[in-house]
Write a protein that binds this ligand. Structure first.
Ligand SMILES: [Mg+2]
Length: 253
């Protein structure tokens, strides 16, 4: 089941994971639940980050306080591995050791990045829509379990999932967000999955990019089948070595 470090089987193909899920559903009839994280798991948030930072340069207070820095914002280009804005600004030549600048950018970044409006700039990773649709066709329940919170991001999250044609019918495919933004992402996800597993004795798959979340669930809910989506993460922890690892969702290679 789990890959062996010695056999160098760390990276899996989407088709292998899909076949496993299909087998559980159709042959073993074990009624699995498939859980997907959103940010940096189904959706590449780099375009959102780029738009947020580009727009911050147009905030009047930026030009008033940091006139020599603002022109560098036009050089901003985000990449798949970017996390937060510090490295992005650094690459663009923005001097961010200035604490006042950092605090000002951070305040705007929080307002914009975690908003119903800016998540419209997210783009699904290659093959992700088709992959989730294929799982839907197996008549398997799907949950999007995200650290986004209801107040700031529920409306936009629904809009963006539907815009890109991800299944979301509130029956077999549901969106679950944090009720409060202050909640810890990993604990929220662990508790939600734990509560589900108490009520349903069925296999659970979690597709997730954040090692902090994966490591907590691997430790406390070892029955969960974890799929590490290798895009970007907070770098607070390293991903476990012996879980399925995906870099895209394309089925054909
Ligand atoms: Mg994520």
């Amino acid at each position: 089941m789990k890959s062996s470090k010695n056999e160098n089987l760390k990276n899996f193909k989407a088709s292998e994971i899909y076949n496993k899920i299909q087998h559980l559903a159709l042959v073993e009839k074990s009624n699995p639940l498939i859980i997907f994280d959103l940010d940096s798991t189904l959706f590449d948030v780099a375009p959102r980050l780029e738009k947020v930072l580009t727009d911050i340069a147009f905030e009047p207070v930026m030009m008033e306080k940091f006139p020599s820095v603002v022109p560098h914002f036009k050089n901003i280009r985000t990449e798949r591995r970017d996390w937060g804005f510090i490295e992005v600004l650094h690459r663009a030549g923005v001097e961010h050791d200035n604490l006042d600048l950092f605090k000002t950018v951070r305040q705007f970044w929080i307002e914009k990045f975690f908003s119903n409006e800016y998540i419209h700039y997210d783009v699904p990773y290659q093959g992700s829509v088709d992959f989730v649709r294929k799982i839907e066709k197996l008549n398997i329940p799907i949950v999007y379990l995200t650290g986004r919170d209801v107040k700031r991001m529920e409306r936009g999250s629904r809009e963006v999932l539907l815009k890109w044609d991800f299944p979301l019918d509130d029956k077999m495919s549901r969106l679950v967000l944090k009720p409060e933004r202050s909640m810890d992402d990993a604990l929220f996800k662990r508790d939600w999955i734990h509560d589900h597993m108490i009520n349903f004795q069925s296999p659970v798959f979690l597709f997730e990019n954040e090692p902090v979340n994966i490591n907590l669930i691997a430790k406390e809910l070892p029955q969960v089948e974890l799929v590490f989506f290798d895009s970007t993460h907070s770098r607070k922890e390293t991903p476990p070595e012996e879980v399925f690892t995906l870099v895209h969702y394309l089925m054909e290679d």
